[in-house]
Design a protein around this ligand. Structure first.
Ligand SMILES: [Zn+2]
Length: 682
């Protein structure tokens, strides 16, 4: 999935544990039609020294990043193409005011119309949040804090911590309640505490940003600066009791089922019973993802003064609603999150931002119309065929595995045999019947969406899971594996060139989409996914010996990726990106094996001067051709479980004998790990 996304307006806690493909393409016209454009190449570079540069160096030179983007590559190009399709849909919906009330087009149209009414939004300034600011001012004592948090929660705004309903990871046929750490405005907990230059700079700019925002609600400069310092203190306290991103990857340590009574022992200064009563949920147990956070929270709650909590709530309101207010707020927010943190030069045009808002608010309503226009049934059929070939290839890989015992292999095959597959769009669309949208103001519509989404999520508590549900909208250019559902999902958005090209040869499609599918399958057997069984429950099905062997192999991949320098002194974090790197290495391996069964591979006829085997790897490089801003890369290595594009292309290939053979890579070449460092897992 994408790198860090900033807290959206009234963020809803989403508890779907999914592992995605993207945390981030390409354009002699004849070769382009065949699926790989020869102009992408940079033949001045040897494929044995830097395959990424060789395969897509030409593309990288010829495709600078547009000013409103922080990175530019296959994913973003496709997203931009999608935006054009989506724009047409939302504009047509908004142009008509006589849709049947409650229909998809009425909701999309009215929402988009209010979102695009910049004259009205400008005129309102920060008026929409004035009632909320007043509510904060009206809090009289600390004994009223729990009530405030509960009321805000119902309105869709999780303060300080996250609460929500998701699949019980140890009883995966029902939904359970989860509590998780939260409350931070910076994209990573370590930015609050680390002493490196970038972390310090981020803290400094963040405090300034908070102060600037307070000035926008007519707080004088001096007070605004003081407020910012006090808010930073509160957030730092929360950061210190929070898990790191790496710790949060562990599904076992982040599964702590607790009776509500015990929760009160964990954070004694917080009235949990009252909180849950007020939000109207009735349950005996809750799964605490970070006990460290909740055991520290009681003390933080006590230490922070009422006035500081109030300032903190105001800040949370400001940052979560800024993009729904007038341009002063939007620009100030962009200066920090867009320009400073990710290096964008200019704000995206309003229509693009508002399409994202429609996507985030009612993705499947928009998706229904989208797929009817862009996703032919034939595309679904061909994709299904490739997925089936990939699953079969993974089965062969497990059977012929040299390091696992028969017992563990048997369990792995049971798990693989129950994989669910979803392609294109849901068989049953999400029900938006209870969501009311009016053509009044953008802010009100966002509030309606937030309230509805919270209610919709809470209604699942204790209920059996809905197997038809999707974790991504069909227009999303991404894919995921859900460990608790044990299923792989490929939205229509990613089933397009350069990932999946109906006109291209198999080599290109297996190198691109095949490897993406293999990547998602491999997530079921990566360092975390392997901790779940065939039903999606956390259960250890590994023998001790096989577990140790897996760890040994994984360690080599961590070490390899730890050596990669991304920008300046910023390196890839091998441990944080391990699951994704296993996914890429496994995905390429099983996809190449599946490709070997095709007619094209067997005939071995060159296309545009390249053998089918070579084209497979060119297809892989092509989907990751990317330009990214230094700021975005620095943020990515800190916050994203996906390695940057260059390393995603080269890192796994350094271990693949099929790649060495294809491009004559010799021992000692850059693109080939020495024999003692070669990694093979799947
Ligand atoms: Zn992934």
């Amino acid at each position: 999935m994408k790198s860090f996304s900033f807290k959206p307006f009234f963020a809803i806690l989403v508890l779907s544990f999914t592992l995605t493909i993207f945390g981030a393409v390409p354009g002699d016209d004849e070769s382009k039609k065949r699926g790989f454009d020869l102009q992408n190449l940079d033949k001045s570079v040897s494929p044995a020294q830097d395959f990424y540069k060789y395969a897509v160096g030409g593309w990288v030179k010829n495709n600078p990043i547009p000013d409103d983007q922080t990175r530019w590559g296959a994913f973003t190009v496709l997203q931009e193409d999608n935006n054009k399709v989506l724009r047409k849909i939302v504009e047509e919906a908004a142009a008509n005011q006589s849709w049947v009330k409650g229909s998809a087009k009425q909701k999309i149209g009215d929402f988009y119309a209010t979102a695009m009414d910049s004259v009205r939004i400008e005129k309102l300034g920060y008026k929409p949040i004035v009632p909320e600011l007043q509510k904060i001012d009206a809090i009289k004592g600390k004994n009223e804090l729990v009530k405030h948090l509960a009321t805000q929660y119902i309105n869709g705004n999780s303060l300080i911590f996250g609460f929500g309903v998701g699949i019980d990871a140890k009883k995966s046929d029902v939904n359970a309640a989860y509590l998780s750490q939260g409350g931070l405005g910076l994209p990573d907990v370590e930015y609050y505490t680390k002493e490196d230059a970038r972390s310090k700079e981020i803290r400094e700019k963040y405090v300034q940003h908070i102060a600037n925002m307070f000035q926008l609600i007519d707080v004088d400069k001096e007070t605004a600066s003081k407020n910012a310092e006090r808010i930073m203190d509160v957030e730092t306290k929360l950061a210190k009791i929070s898990n790191t991103r790496l710790e949060n990857r562990d599904p076992i340590k982040t599964y702590n089922k607790m009776a509500i009574d015990n929760l009160s022992n964990l954070s004694p200064n917080f009235d949990w019973k009252k909180y849950f009563d007020l939000i109207g949920v009735n349950m005996n147990v809750v799964i605490v993802r970070q006990p460290k956070f909740f055991s520290g929270l009681g003390q933080v709650f006590e230490e922070v003064s009422l006035d500081d909590w109030k300032l903190y709530f105001k800040w949370d309101l400001l940052r979560s609603s800024a993009n729904a207010l007038s341009s002063a707020f939007v620009n100030e927010r962009f200066n920090f999150t867009g320009k400073f943190l990710t290096g964008a030069k200019v704000l995206q045009p309003r229509w693009k931002r508002m399409i994202q808002a429609v996507n985030g608010s009612m993705g499947e309503l928009l998706g229904q119309i989208y797929v009817s226009e862009v996703f032919p049934p034939e595309a679904k059929e061909r994709a299904k065929g490739i997925v089936a070939n990939l699953l079969a290839s993974m089965g062969e890989s497990i059977k012929s595995n040299q390091w696992m015992s028969d017992d563990t292999k048997k369990q792995a095959l049971v798990k693989l045999g129950t994989f669910g597959v979803k392609i294109g769009y849901p068989d049953k669309w999400k029900d938006y019947g209870e969501l009311n949208i009016e053509r009044d103001t953008y802010y009100k519509n966002l509030e309606r969406v937030s309230i509805w989404a919270t209610k919709d999520n809470l209604a699942k508590l204790g209920k059996p899971i809905d197997p038809t549900e999707w974790g991504m909208s069909p227009q999303t250019v991404n894919a995921y594996y859900s460990p608790t559902r044990n299923e792989i999902v490929f939205p229509a958005g990613i089933l397009q060139p350069p990932f999946f090209n109906q006109k291209a040869d198999d080599a290109i499609n297996y190198g691109a989409m095949g490897a993406v599918i293999g990547h998602e399958i491999s997530h079921g057997f990566d360092d975390q996914g392997r901790k779940y069984d065939e039903k999606g429950n956390i259960r250890d099905w590994w023998t001790k010996e096989d577990n140790d062997k897996f760890q040994g192999r994984a360690k080599k991949l961590i070490d390899e990726f730890n050596t990669f320098v991304v920008v300046d002194t910023f390196k890839v974090n091998g441990a944080l990106t391990l699951g994704e790197n296993i996914g890429d290495l496994g995905g390429l391996t099983v996809s190449f094996n599946a490709f070997k069964n095709t007619e094209q591979f067997k005939k071995n006829e060159p296309v545009d001067g390249f053998t089918p085997q070579q084209r497979f790897f060119l297809g892989w490089a092509q989907v990751w051709a990317t330009n990214a801003r230094d700021e975005a890369l620095k943020l990515q290595v800190k916050t994203d479980v996906h390695s940057p594009s260059v390393q995603r292309v080269n890192g796994p290939l350094m271990n693949l004998p099929e790649f060495f053979e294809a491009f004559g890579v010799k021992p000692g070449d850059n693109m080939r790990n020495s024999d003692d460092k070669l990694v093979k897992i799947w």
